[in-house]
Design a binder for this molecule. Sequence first.
Ligand code: ADP
Length: 446
Amino acid sequence: MFQKILIANRGEIALRIYRACHDLGIPAVAVHSTVDDDAMHVRLADESVCIGPAPAAESYLNIPAILSACEISQADAIHPGYGFLSENSKFAEIVEAHDITFIGPKPEHIQLMGNKIAAKAKMQELGIPVVPGSDEKINSEQDARRIAADVGYPVIIKAAAGGGGRGMKIVLDESQIALALSTAQNEAKAAFADDSVYIEKYMSTPRHIELQIAADSHGNVVHFGERDCSLQRRHQKVLEEAPSLILDDTERQRMGDLVCDAVRKLGYLGVGTIEFLYENGEFYFIEMNTRIQVEHPVTEMITGIDLVQEQIRIAAGESLQWQQSDITFSGHAIECRINAEHPKTFIPSPGLVTRFHVPGGPGIRIDSAIYAGYKIPPFYDSLIAKLIVHGSDRNECLLRLDRALREFVVEGVETTIPLFVDLLQQDAIRDGNYNIRWLEQYLKLE
Ligand code: ADP
């Protein structure tokens, strides 16, 4: 096992990793930018190293500074969390070249899944159904017209290197394709320094269902069931739940087996998530995330398994602790992503948190690095807390969630808590009868 783990991240996920380290008895090193010297992960970690100024490019993405921090602190492993360098295959390679363990998949798999065109082709080869579309990058307008006509409108143009819901353009008919293609390419180049785009069938009312997996270095692969992440705004998840209401045990097992088989053939190492759109009883792969995800706690709540500890154990060469038959699901869990944003306009609201009181009681978990007196800097993601609630069934979970949201007090900044209070009153949410477009439609209607 590792002697010391460096956490190359900030915010709630840095704290989450710190907790997993300490629960395994491993000291943790925090890194931070100059504006984060008061951050909770810095306060709690056993050691901390400042790695640069506020802009992420100069601190949380500063590879030489992070490696120096590792050397100074003599950490023998790095946990990248999510975002920042977590899906940077070059970073993973450099870390390994310095005889430090990267707590994550092999660089080749990060690279493969980082290009969504290559990822889809590989998954299809491994027997996973994918969203119909181009199997290569779009090279010209003629290419785009031909493929879109083959696939059938509406289509969606997506960035091969995309992430965070950015760089997608929906094309309703042929008259829109030329403009959509050049806009998508320009946006992809600006956001990801890569203008490769591809075309997919635009699915009108799917649900977003993803499977959590883990694979060790001894050939064992298991899945931990699914998460339903269909409540989205701007293609980004807002609320996630597990299990999904629309999957039965047979379907869950069928997809779980298919995905585990593919992951095994791939020789993948670590935890990962295979994301699908699900419509009319069929799954269509869209991408694989090669890291821990924001919404991993809902899976932890229904399985009782600590996925971050598991990542660490796998990276240290240990075998998975369970066979598939040991993994059972209990009750229902829902996560709300609480952002420091205006609940109606979604305009970010950084600043001083004057009061912070979190809900408690049975079945409630808060993953947050906020405290009263903390100043939320304007430089980073606006996620300030995840409220995760577990109940013996979905009904109990919803009742607890409603209670917890009303107990939650954050003053000094705007938050999206009122949005969730409102959403829980809506029949579509109460009945679990929503797809990836529901929230956008609802917000427009208001
Ligand atoms: P990112 O990596 O940016 O998160 P994804 O490919 O995972 O992009 O897609 C994010 C979300 O965008 C999906 O959950 C879904 O809501 C929407 N989306 C992506 N592809 C399609 C598609 N072919 N049809 C309809 N919606 C899509």
